[in-house]
Design a binder for this molecule. Structure first.
Ligand SMILES: Cc1cc2nc3c(=O)[nH]c(=O)nc-3n(C[C@H](O)[C@H](O)[C@H](O)COP(=O)(O)OP(=O)(O)OC[C@H]3O[C@@H](n4cnc5c(N)ncnc54)[C@H](O)[C@@H]3O)c2cc1C
Length: 492
């Protein structure tokens, strides 16, 4: 008998979503990730959970409706990680005419499940805080609702749920070979040790590596794919409101400028075709300049490439020819042959559709296993067991219980852990009860929690994926953090 029903290669959003779905449907699951969970494309996203207005322009109404329904599912199952946000499109005289924007937003409102979020509106921004950050000619904007997500915490929280439902999650473990007979026999290098794992079926969810894993690890013909690089930049805060600005660029693409970690603004996304090693992806100077120029068409405060504090880029695959638009559904392929163990291949797509994509992928295994019915749309993710309207009350409750927290700290912590915050802060009465501090916000208690419960092993896991506190921590604190982490017990 095989060790597992399903082995998954890749711990990005697609991999962990498959693990969560399959474990909850009663399969014995193992997930193998060569680096950190969400260490590649899944932590490099634009953080949008959306129906996608630009899809409407291509008249993909059914897709928009499905994505907007999924947006509601996310708000219900992860109200701490997926937060409603107000988006504004400043009307630009050279771009889409106001009637077209109004029509698009009217459709957007009507394709969304009723009452889920506030409807769109035309806003006179001449004397409105929304207009304060913009250059003078902008007098009108169109407001609508969508959501922002903490992408890397969504990955790790999904993995926690999968693990609590029985999935084994292995990070720092690379699958180097998979032989197929009536079962799969995987060779895995786990922190330097060679191991053999058997499974009745395999999911290749290795993101940008999907084709090379197919070719070199599974030794099968790779799917026909093209790689796309997506990138965004982080600069100092360009505006004082919580709105997400949607900037119509001269090439007709929409560029988003969103509030990021209180003191910063994230601007994205630039999409380019990509050739090379996905592990060495970085934004090129002209891509950074493209995003700065897009922002400079709108905001009063001008930015240049030297103002960029950090850039994030990731690679994912699309099926078909290079240059094809980023398909939000992603791709699910299924290969089942006589006397051969099944193979699922899942890659690309956006965050919004990830849960549904995984559900559809795992359902392909139905003829092979007795499985319980689909469930992930109803069950909340860890920490998400409160209605989205209660979020602010959860933040207030946290401040009441842990009186030493500032308003910003409480907001960050509830956004990250939701109702499970007590697992991190415990019975602490003052900040010093949480152990050493690394920079203004990060404490030893949080780092220990990341290591014991969230598979964090290195400072980058903590600073850029379990949190985004890398933006506010200096080199000396980073060194102290590395030393602190090295002293902690190794989690097997
Ligand atoms: C820059 C960027 C911006 C994006 N913005 C958005 C957005 O705003 N909204 C949205 O909805 N979507 C967005 N997306 C899309 C979305 O984030 C990704 O497509 C999604 O996260 C799916 O990722 P994945 O799991 O397929 O791949 P990845 O996250 O790349 O995960 C694949 C994993 O497989 C692992 N792996 C590879 N080979 C092996 C092996 N041999 N053994 C073990 N592990 C292996 C890798 O280490 C990696 O962690 C964006 C994507 C990018 C790149």
């Amino acid at each position: 008998m095989a060790d597992y029903d399903l082995a998954i290669i890749g711990g990005g959003l697609n991999g962990v979503s498959v693990a969560r779905d399959a474990a909850g449907r009663g399969l014995r699951v193992i997930l193998i990730e060569q680096g950190d969970l969400g260490g590649a494309a899944s932590a490099a996203g634009g953080r949008l959970i959306q129906g996608d207005l630009s899809v409407l322009e291509r008249r993909a109404f059914r897709r928009t409706r499905t994505a907007l329904a999924e947006r509601d599912v996310w708000m219900r199952i992860a109200p701490h990680l997926v937060r409603p946000a107000h988006f504004v499109i400043p009307a630009h005289s050279d771009e889409r005419p106001p009637w077209l924007l109004r029509l698009g937003l009217f459709l957007y409102d009507h394709l969304a499940p009723s009452g889920s979020l506030p409807r769109s509106a035309t806003i006179d921004i001449t004397h409105h805080p929304i207009g304060d950050a913009l250059q003078r000619p902008f007098g009108t904007a169109f407001g609508y609702s969508d959501c922002l997500v903490d992408d890397s915490r969504l990955v790790v929280t999904t993995a926690i749920d999968a693990a609590e439902r029985g999935a084994v999650i292995r990070t720092g473990a690379r699958c180097v070979r998979a032989d197929r007979s009536d079962i799969w026999r995987l060779v895995v290098i786990d922190r330097g040790h060679r191991q053999v794992i058997t499974a009745r079926s395999l999911a290749n969810a290795s993101g940008a590596w999907t084709a090379s894993v197919a070719e070199t690890v599974l030794r099968m013909p790779p799917p026909r794919t093209a790689a796309v690089k997506l990138g965004q930049i982080i600069v100092r805060r360009l505006f004082d409101t919580d709105n997400v600005y949607v900037l119509q660029n001269a090439d007709r693409r929409l560029v988003f400028a969103s509030p990021y970690q209180r003191d910063f603004t994230m601007i994205g996304t630039v999409v380019r075709s990509f050739v090379g090693d996905p592990a060495a992806v970085a934004m090129a100077a002209d891509e950074v300049a493209y995003l700065c120029d897009a922002a400079n068409r709108y905001f009063r405060e001008r930015i240049g490439t030297s103002d960029v504090i950090r850039s994030v880029a990731g690679v994912n695959l699309v099926t078909g020819r290079p240059g094809k638009r980023f398909a939000r559904e992603g791709t699910v392929m299924f290969d089942a042959r006589r006397r051969k163990a099944p193979l699922l291949t899942i890659f690309g797509g956006d965050v919004t559709m990830a849960r549904l994509r995984a559900e559809r992928a795992v359902s392909r295994l139905l003829p092979f296993y007795p499985m319980s019915r689909t469930w992930t749309g109803q069950a909340v993710l860890p920490g998400g067991d409160f209605p989205k309207e209660r979020f602010e009350i959860e933040v207030e409750d946290a401040r009441e219980r842990w009186k030493f927290l500032t308003a910003d700290q409480a907001l960050r912590l509830v956004s990250a852990y939701g109702s499970r915050l007590h697992q991190v802060l415990g019975e602490a009465r003052e900040k010093s009860d949480l152990g050493p501090s690394f920079g203004p916000d990060l404490t030893g208690a949080e780092v220990r929690y990341f290591m014991a419960r969230e598979w964090a092993r290195f400072p980058d896991d903590v600073l850029w994926r379990r949190s985004k506190l890398g933006l506010t921590i200096g080199p000396a604190d980073r060194e102290r953090l590395a030393a602190f982490m090295a002293e902690q017990p190794v989690i097997p």
